[in-house]
Design a protein around this ligand. Structure first.
Ligand SMILES: [Zn+2]
Length: 461
């Protein structure tokens, strides 16, 4: 992974290699500016030549992929830095639901109150808090990266599929005309439309094949409204029969399929609502923004034989001829929140119980700060590195890579990086991961223990 570099006025320079950063640090020409993402600051340099640097983003519902690539003159791209940003939309949703239930419970027990559910005003671009959080955290990281690297352009995976490419294959470029890319768009569209399952038997998580509802050999068209998805078995059994012959004894299933085939995918925009919200925020940055569809990303990825991960998806967004250096370690960033603003805990019925300290900061430390503790003697002797959980007593806990170390005195702790609401971990290169397969890999992988904010010391109910 490249190391981000700032000049002595904190202006971003081109990222450098790890080796170069090590040399600069040992020769005392640079200092560590930030631990995560690892950034150094040169002590003796002001300004420098930069090359075109593109920040590529693939927004996802749970995880957003980020990639910094250097652009060559001939259209090739070189991956410098990869990260995956894990969102906490489901946590936010759960907390809001709990809060609503608590409030409802408290209010309802008083006396009769008239309904107040429809007295809120909403703007047109309203997003639910859990969705807005996705846009906000992505924008926050884009802002950070722009302060740490000289980003000159951005690419965003905007939609899952390009509907224009499906309906009008003559839009742009050779691939569209030859139908290879259009095929990817159609497939993504069909997957969304048919909910990623076999239309005939409802099988999920199996390889799906595109099937002509009215068979091509009997005059059926290639229009999207004549296409569906079938598992291998169903497709074999159906053969070149028409759907009314194949499903003669299952009329209700046939009616569903025919109705669904005709209906366009109306909620395509709703699916992509956060992507558009992010796009509108990106436009405000003033940088040139390239957009790509999910079909295009998948096409690039399979053309260049790159495995599927969130950050590599980001690196494959948009127009791409070659991609070098993509097998790099990945910074895993997990949104952990900044703790609770409430200074009291709630019972399971939503009533206040006990109280927390007024201030979140004790002895200059706050829960989530990354600290290094050097304990000179006693049972906890040694060096402990990780995020801290503070107590008013000054006896802290540190979440190290090897587990929690309890009861570390605040005098032994030295601050490395302030809590910023994120937990960090480095995932090794794909080739060095334990469960690295041979072909295309997908799905979740085991990652080493992360530095995460452990939250304030847990209290039992
Ligand atoms: Zn089937």
């Amino acid at each position: 992974m490249a190391v981000l570099v700032l000049d002595k006025r904190k202006k971003p320079l081109m990222p450098c290699t790890e080796r170069r950063a090590r040399l600069l640090l040992t020769r005392k020409r640079a200092i560590v500016h930030r631990r995560y993402p690892f950034t150094i600051r040169l002590k003796d340099r002001e300004d420098g030549r930069t090359q075109p640097l593109r920040l590529k983003i693939d927004p996802g519902s749970k995880t957003t992929g980020l990639a910094l690539v250097r652009e060559d003159a001939n259209g090739g791209q070189h991956v410098l830095w990869l990260a995956e940003l894990e969102h906490r939309g489901s946590v936010i949703r759960g907390r809001l639901i709990a809060r609503r239930a608590f409030r409802r419970r408290r209010r309802a027990q008083l006396r009769y109150r008239p309904a107040r559910f429809d007295n809120r005003r909403r703007t047109d671009d309203h997003l639910a808090p859990s969705l807005r959080h996705r846009v906000d955290t992505a924008m926050s990281w884009i802002g950070r990266l722009r302060r740490l690297a000289p980003v000159t352009g951005m690419s965003q995976g905007l939609v899952r599929f390009d509907t224009q490419a499906i309906q009008n294959p003559e839009i742009t470029g050779v691939e569209y005309q030859q139908g290879a890319l259009a095929g990817y768009e159609v497939r993504e569209y069909l997957l969304e439309k048919w909910s990623r399952q076999c239309a005939y038997c409802g099988a999920k998580d199996v390889p799906l094949e595109v099937d002509h509802i009215h068979p091509k050999s009997r005059g059926g068209s290639d229009r999207v409204s004549n296409l569906t998805l079938a598992c291998h078995e169903c497709k074999q059994v159906k053969d070149n029969r028409k759907v009314d012959e194949f499903l003669a004894n299952r009329p209700d299933r046939m009616a569903t399929i025919l109705a669904k085939a005709k209906a366009p995918l109306h909620d395509a925009a709703a699916i992509n609502s956060t992507r558009w919200a992010l796009y509108n925020r990106l436009k405000d940055t003033g940088l040139p923004i390239e957009t790509g569809s999910g079909g295009r990303t998948k096409y690039n990825r399979s053309q260049l034989n790159i495995p599927k991960t969130h950050c590599l998806d980001a690196a494959c967004v948009g127009e791409l001829k070659t991609l070098l250096g993509w097998d790099a370690p990945v910074l895993n960033i997990k949104a952990a929140g900044r703790g609770s603003y409430q200074r009291t805990r709630l019972t399971q019925h939503g009533f206040p119980r006990g109280c927390l300290t007024r201030s979140k900061r004790h002895f200059g430390f706050q829960t989530g700060d990354l600290v290094k503790a050097a304990v000179p003697s006693g049972k906890k002797v040694g060096i402990h590195l990780g995020p801290v959980a503070v107590r008013k007593s000054g006896s802290f806990n540190i979440q190290t890579l090897h587990g929690v170390v309890q009861g570390i005195g605040h005098r032994n702790c030295a601050l490395i990086q302030r809590a910023d609401g994120y937990g960090y971990a480095i995932k090794p290169k794909i080739a060095e991961r334990k469960d690295a397969g041979t072909g295309a890999v997908s799905g979740r992988r085991a990652i080493p223990p992360r530095h995460k904010c452990p939250g304030s010391p847990a209290r039992k109910r």
